[in-house]
Design a protein. Structure first.
Length: 334
């Protein structure tokens, strides 16, 4: 295959962090219990067609299962991507990632990268060794999307299963299917079809250059935990978390962020110990609206963020030393 002249192609950084897209199994029909064995250079070799789309340089920052992507690793990833994106000779970034915590990492980068250049994450639900691996086409289409002029200034995008999503709205909604991801409260921003990336919408909420969060000087993030609420919740767990250095708690509560009696007592105890508490929901779609409970118990409504993304925003808000009123504002507007 003959590549196009470099002058006609954007120059992108292809950044690897691991995940199923870089994994293999002993069997071509095996879809679980895989090992991460491939680096980003192997992905580039497996999909040579992407070199017709862009001039690519490879960077392997991590090579881990995304369930191991800690807050310290997110800080390092954001820092290194900001360094790459600041280079005048690079036009954007395509990042491979595992699906388990893809939505958290993408949202974190959406709020902390300082660029208008395209940043597109992609992943796979099936390992590279599978008969019908989805990773190669996802990678190809992610590069295609990153090359589209309409990707400029869109914040962090995620390309999966031919759909282009904003990191702000994306969530994983199925455990195994290749169509596992969606944006239940917004829908995809665009699609890839017939070799073209077509954008129909933009995310109007703050991100990247318009985000108030800058983590480039941070060495660590505040500890924030997610508690899954249910009728027999133990209030003691909240006090114990506060006494063990947790600075924020997100409650994946029932319905419209409705806290059970144990959780209500728990957040009250946590607040008295200086812990910020956010009400999210166990439901995968819809907002958690403001409530009179918030004033009485010093809680903050997560609004349109699921618990796992509310944790990311709460960590960033606490790192920025926002008070309760300011935290309420960012949850309403981000």
């Amino acid at each position: 295959m003959t590549a196009k002249p470099s002058a006609s192609r954007p120059r992108l950084a292809l950044v690897g962090t691991g995940g199923t897209i870089a994994a293999t199994t002993q069997s071509s029909t095996g879809l679980t219990d895989y090992d991460i064995t491939e680096g980003v250079h192997a992905l580039l070799h497996a999909v040579p067609e992407i070199q017709d789309l862009a001039e690519l340089e490879c960077h392997q920052i991590f090579n881990v299962d995304s369930r191991a992507m800690s807050s310290l690793m997110l800080l390092e990833l954001s820092r290194k991507l900001n360094e790459l994106l600041a280079r005048p000779d690079l036009d954007g970034v395509v990042l491979t990632h595992g699906t388990d915590t893809l939505e958290e990492s993408a949202f974190f980068l959406h709020l902390t990268l300082k660029t208008r250049k395209p940043v597109v994450l992609t992943a796979a639900m099936r390992p590279a060794s599978a008969l019908s691996a989805d990773g190669p086409l996802n990678l190809h289409n992610a590069v295609l999307a990153a090359c589209a002029p309409q990707a400029q200034g869109q914040g962090v995008l995620v390309l999966l299963n031919d759909q282009i999503h904003s990191a702000r709205f994306l969530s994983k909604q199925h455990t195994t299917q290749t169509s596992a991801f969606g944006s239940p409260d917004a829908g995809p921003l665009g699609l890839v079809a017939a070799g073209q990336a077509r954008f129909a919408m933009r995310c109007l909420l703050p991100h990247t250059l318009d985000s108030r969060f800058d983590v480039r000087g941070l060495a660590a993030l505040p500890r924030v935990q997610v508690f899954y609420d249910h009728p027999d919740t133990l209030a003691e767990l909240y006090r114990s978390a506060a006494q063990n250095g947790v600075r924020g708690i997100v409650v994946a509560a029932t319905g419209n962020g409705s806290l059970t009696p144990g959780a209500l007592e728990g957040v009250s105890r946590a607040h008295r110990l200086g812990v910020a508490c956010v009400r999210a929901s166990r439901i995968h779609a819809g907002p958690v609206t403001d409530s009179a409970y918030d004033q009485d118990h010093h809680t903050i409504a997560a609004h349109w963020l699921p618990a796992q993304k509310a944790r990311i925003l709460l960590m960033l808000g606490l790192a920025a030393q926002l008070d309760e009123t300011e935290l309420q504002y960012v949850f309403q507007t981000y």
